[in-house]
Design a protein around this ligand. Structure first.
Ligand code: 3H9
Length: 708
């Protein structure tokens, strides 16, 4: 087996460089742990070595943490606990080496990587934007268990440490320096030199002065009542954020508290025990599955045997409204491309440019970009009522109103102006791309790029391909979507594509429940408890009833009765009750206040309170979506179950701990799913007829995912 480390000693300083062979990032595998333990023994014994510098040989990572793949192979609590105890012993070995150890950090320094750095005597980081530090463990459903819950609060204070640990946050090197997480911040070109010098000085007896935590920090953390307050506030925040679905942050909180109360050794013991429980638990399995699905999607070009994608340097956007400006602003901010807006009137162009610029302003304010970068990026935005710039565009995205005639007009105008190798995309959320492409002279370069609103925040992009879309156009759109920072899923053209197709029956079912008199508070509470970020009625208000109505009527036409929307919605739209944007939908909105609009039941002609159980409400809503997801996968709308689940999680907020709708069905088993759907069908009608694929799977013990 080739070695992961090189050790070179010069002037009494041992440089230990980790460069895990054949891997894009450094991770702490069993082999790495064993080799490092041997090296530490050697340098510890070697009288010539006065100090150690720990470096990475990878261009963009220091250490990305423990090897997550090893977790997936864990079969028992005992095995998990031993893995952690080995890791802890190794890091204790660094801490107790008897010689100073300096971490020279450039690139991602995450999880067990940061814990390694924390066990060192001194930390120097490069001020490069690639250098990020954090403990993302809770996002994998586990806790930092190689001493992170002990060493971090002792180094930077309890409040600052909880802020990083409980949310699984990653912070930039500059901020890490301000918080005292790293001792020195330098240009990458001199990182190694500075680390060697620090090692030399430390070996000579120098002790770095670490900054205090400020009066507030000391007051809160030094006295027991203050500490209790910090922990109880953190606990409340965690419960609010996780709805009690994610056990890891609470376990981390308890572990930090326990360690501070009973000492590091007891804290480490609890770390290993909590880690072991969590790592073999269902939530962690699902979250780790999402991590690997996301990394796999990052490399997926979108078609088999993909051709090269074309570079996108200039993007033109037709329609500078809410979506158009969101796409343009995000494309400039994240992908750094030149963006030209075109709209019918100058005032629309002005508004679009202003909104796009706001995305850049926000990034500057949050220090994601410098003032210089901000100025440079603002200069990449332009717009007008004419078509200038379209001849040079590499990609055109149309974001005009959802009207097929308008889209046809616009596509004809675009096509007469662009180059032959320019990709043409529609941002429609409802109209099948095949219908839009009908007027195109070159339908092979037409596809859909369905962004979600607000574009700068929502992580998903559906790239919709027709039977005629060429592979070069697909891979170009996928690559560009990824450059914009999106998780991209390729979807076959059909009404509603993937996300709206599975969302629509769920929202319609919420409408039916309201019509039956089930209280809106109950509906939304039940689905929040299921794990969605907001309930379906609030979601409808956020989407806009007019937008929802348009989408659901397209889907109703296409799929028939099982997608029939609630008739009352059309009347609400007529009355101008459009949801949050008009101040009134199912809720009323005034400033930051929101309350159910009680008049809604009478308006819908709802029956008096039917006292439906929470379980029944949950079953009706969840199965409406699960069943449609099974149908759509069977129709090959997405290429595989992984894509469908990722799109549901990133596009709708389907609860990540459930792993997605198709994983949920797999866990339940097709037989059970069919039984429950048949029960619902009997009580509520044929819209709950089990998807044929589920019936097939129930008879032959089929699954959407291979058994693991
Ligand atoms: C931990 O440390 C627990 C400890 O507290 C306790 C232990 C005792 N493991 O994302 P990319 C793979 S938990 C295994 O495309 P990027 C990744 O799957 C760990 N594999 O690159 C992909 O593989 P492939 C806490 C890993 O540049 C390849 O590397 N750490 C790991 O866009 C490239 O990844 C984390 O949660 C890993 N730790 O982003 C950090 N890391 O080529 C997880 C990466 O076969 N990692 N891979 O598809 C990341 O956030 C990103 O990968 C990173 C690079 C920012 C580092």
């Amino acid at each position: 087996m080739s070695s992961a480390f090189t050790v070179e000693t010069q002037d009494g300083i041992a440089r230990i460089t980790l460069d895990l062979p054949g891997e894009p990032v450094n991770k702490i595998t069993r082999g790495v742990r064993e080799e490092l333990a041997r090296i530490l023994d050697d340098v510890g014994r070697d009288d010539q070595v006065r100090a150690v510098v720990l470096l990475s040989g990878k261009p963009d990572t220091f250490i990305a943490g423990a090897d997550i793949e090893e977790f997936t192979a864990l079969k028992s609590r005992g095995e998990a606990r031993r893995l952690v105890q080995n890791g802890q012993a190794l890091l204790n070995r660094i801490e107790d080496l008897g010689k100073p150890v300096v971490a020279a950090i450039h690139g991602a320094c995450l999880g067990g990587g940061l814990e390694t750095a924390l066990a060192c005597t001194y930390r120097v980081a490069s001020d490069d934007e690639k250098t990020k530090l954090g403990l993302p463990e809770v996002q994998l459903g586990i806790i930092p268990a190689a001493g992170g819950c002990q060493r971090l609060p002792r180094l930077i204070g309890i409040e600052a440490a909880l802020d990083i640990i409980l949310a699984g946050k990653t912070i930039a090197a500059k901020r890490a320096f301000r918080r005292g997480l790293v001792d020195d911040l330098v240009h990458p070109a001199i990182l190694e030199r500075v680390a060697l010098e620090a090692a030399d000085r430390l070996a000579g007896g120098w002790r770095p002065k670490r900054r205090g935590r400020g009066l507030k920090g000391l007051f809160l953390e030094r006295n027991p009542a203050g500490r209790r307050l910090v922990f109880s506030m953190a606990r409340k925040q965690v419960l609010k954020r996780t709805g009690g679905h994610y056990p890891a942050p609470l376990a981390a909180l308890q572990t930090v508290q326990h360690g501070l109360r009973h000492g590091v050794e007891a804290g480490l013991d609890m770390e290993s025990a909590e880690f072991a429980d969590l790592a073999v638990g269902e939530v962690s399995r699902q979250l780790v599955g999402i991590f690997f699905a996301t990394t796999a999607l990052k490399k997926d070009a979108g078609v088999p045997d993909p051709p090269e994608s074309l570079p996108i340097r200039r993007l033109s956007i037709v329609g500078a409204g809410f979506m158009g400006s969101g796409i343009g602003g995000t494309a400039v901010a994240v992908a750094g491309v030149d963006v030209r807006f075109r709209d019918a009137e100058l005032r629309f162009v002005a508004k679009g440019l202003k909104s796009a610029r706001k995305i850049l302003d926000d990034r500057k304010q949050r220090r994601r970009i410098t003032r210089y970068e901000h100025r440079r990026l603002v200069a990449l935005l332009s717009g007008g009522t004419d078509w200038s710039g379209f001849g040079r565009a590499d990609l055109v995205i149309e974001a005009v109103p959802e009207d097929l005639n308008i889209k046809h007009e616009v596509f004809k105008l675009i096509e007469s102006r662009v180059r032959d190798d320019c990709v043409l995309a529609s941002n429609t959320s409802t109209i099948p791309i095949t219908q839009i492409a009908r007027v195109a002279k070159h339908p092979e370069r037409v596809l859909g790029m369905h962004f979600f609103s607000p574009v700068e925040k929502m992580p998903l992009l559906e790239v919709i391909v027709t039977n005629e879309t060429a592979a070069w156009a697909t891979v170009t759109a996928v690559a560009f979507g990824r450059k914009m920072g999106k998780t991209v899923v390729v979807v076959r053209d059909c009404p509603g594509f993937w996300v709206n197709r599975i969302l629509s029956p769920y929202l319609n079912e919420a409408g039916r429940l309201m019509k039956e008199g089930v209280r809106i508070e109950q509906i939304d509470r039940v689905m929040k408890r299921y794990g969605f970020p907001v309930g379906p009625v609030r979601l409808l208000d956020e989407i806009g009833l007019d937008v929802g109505l348009k989408a659901s009527s397209v889907l109703h036409d296409a799929y028939g009765d099982r997608m029939a929307p609630l008739d009352g919605i059309a009347r609400l739209v007529k009355e101008g009750r459009l949801g949050r944007k008009s101040g009134r939908g199912f809720y009323t909105y005034s400033g930051r206040k929101r309350a159910v609009d009680k008049s809604i039941y009478e308006f819908l002609g709802a029956a008096p309170d039917p006292r439906m159980s929470d379980t029944e409400v949950e079953n009706r809503l969840a199965f409406a979506m699960l069943n449609e997801a099974a149908r759509a996968l069977d129709d090959a709308v997405v290429r595989c179950a992984r894509d469908g689940d990722m799109a549901a999680i990133f596009g709708i907020g389907f609860p990540p701990f459930r792993g997605g709708p198709l994983r949920t069905l797999d866990r339940m088993g097709a037989e059970q799913a069919v039984q429950r759907l048949e029960g619902l069908q009997l009580s509520y009608g044929d819209r709950f007829t089990p998807a044929p694929v589920l019936v097939r799977m129930a008879t032959d013990s089929g699954r959407f995912y291979p058994e693991t």
